[in-house]
Design a protein around this ligand. Structure first.
Ligand code: TYM
Length: 336
């Protein structure tokens, strides 16, 4: 097990990065870099994951850089960080195969994300959609992650990762660190602006369902002002009966890093319009500087260098871990 503890997380380069992924993912990392200053962070662009469903070559390339630039522009610190591209480290694919040999089809078929996505698949269902959580387990276990910061939707995949790790540890002795998920209390589940019972998703066909980090101010304004709410005009947090309003309150609370009750007490005697206007201003204030820094970074040498250095460190560790597991299993020739 490594001396310095590791924190690992990934994000897929699909769709447009939105405020849900920002609050549930990126911004959470930035806070964690302060809280866990003595840990090393492995954060990667999960491009292997994003080819489980068809994606255009040009889009994939563009999104990979876009996402990394947005992470950095959002304030991710470079000390204690290895930022890299998953597909540039072959050990992820190799570990994926090894872990598949310790995972049951039944477990994979029970994954809610698989059930949702396979129902939507118009042609055949790629087998990678089913085995996707195994690749995710490989991503995490390769680096012996102590913690994995994710949004609520990834909890089930994390449970599976823990099961796989324990299974291998039981068979071969303590080999993998069993990771703990780190799910933020607020912002773990930002919902769609047009259908607030569904999570805000990068892949939703309806652009109006989200605020993207690269949206100009006037679009941000439009999206929030037209967000679906309800017709009973009292401001209270009630996700079951008032999902749209509750989502806006949760978003506001996550932005301000306060409990949702603080926002409710600030607005309980005001109307929806005021709340939406203030939230819009708060969002713009958050996003505008990120957008600016993003444009400086996205095609820069600096970004190339960060990927090279991050990849180098990740590759060394990952290759070592795979080699050790192969040795445990008895693959290949015995190493002297
Ligand atoms: P992805 O790319 O869908 O999302 C990236 C991160 O953002 C969180 N998230 C949200 N949080 C709050 N509200 C939302 N509406 C919202 N939408 C997304 C996700 O929970 C995630 O933390 N399978 C992963 C990527 C991955 C990964 C990994 C994560 C691959 N390997 C290893 C951790 C460790 C995914 O598709 O995330």
């Amino acid at each position: 097990m490594p001396k310095q503890k590791h924190i690992v997380s990934g994000i897929q380069p699909t769709g447009s990065l939105n405020i849900g992924t920002y609050l549930g993912g990126i911004r959470n990392f930035i806070r964690l870099q302060e809280t866990y200053a003595d840990h090393h962070f492995f954060i990667f662009i999960a491009d292997f994951h994003s080819i489980t469903l068809p994606i255009e070559k040009k889009v994939l390339r563009k999104k990979t850089k876009e996402l990394a630039a947005l992470y950095l522009a959002s304030g991710l610190k470079q000390e204690n960080l290895s930022l890299f591209i998953q597909s540039e480290i072959a050990a992820h694919a190799e570990m994926n195969y090894l872990l598949q040999c310790f995972t049951y089809v039944g477990e994979l078929e029970r994954m809610t994300q698989y059930k949702d996505k396979s129902q939507k698949a118009s042609e055949g269902i790629p087998s990678s959609l089913l085995t996707y959580p195994v690749l995710q387990a490989a991503d995490i276990l390769l680096y012996d992650a102590a913690y994995v910061p994710v949004g609520e939707d990834q909890k089930q995949h994390l449970e599976l990762t823990r099961d796989i790790a324990r299974r291998i540890n039981n068979r071969y002795g303590e080999f993998f660190a069993v990771p703990e998920p780190l799910i933020p209390e607020v912002g773990a589940r930002i919902m769609s602006l047009t259908d607030p019972v569904k999570k805000m998703s990068k892949s939703d066909q309806n652009e109006k369902s989200r605020v993207n980090l690269l949206d100009p101010d006037n679009i941000i304004r439009k999206r929030i002002m037209s967000a679906v709410t309800d017709s009973e005009p009292t401001i209270r947090f009630d996700p079951l009966n008032k999902p749209g309003l509750s989502n806006l309150l949760a978003m506001f609370a996550a932005l301000e890093e306060v409990g949702v009750e603080t926002i409710v007490s600030r607005y309980e005697d005001k109307d929806y319009k005021t709340l939406k206007e203030d939230l819009t201003e708060r969002l713009i204030a958050e996003i505008a500087p990120i957008r600016e820094r993003y444009h400086e970074l996205v095609d820069s040498e600096e970004l190339e260098r960060i990927f090279d250095e991050g990849g180098k460190r990740a590759r060394t560790l990952a290759e070592r871990k795979v080699a050790k597991l192969k040795e445990k299993i008895g693959l290949g020739r015995k190493r002297k």
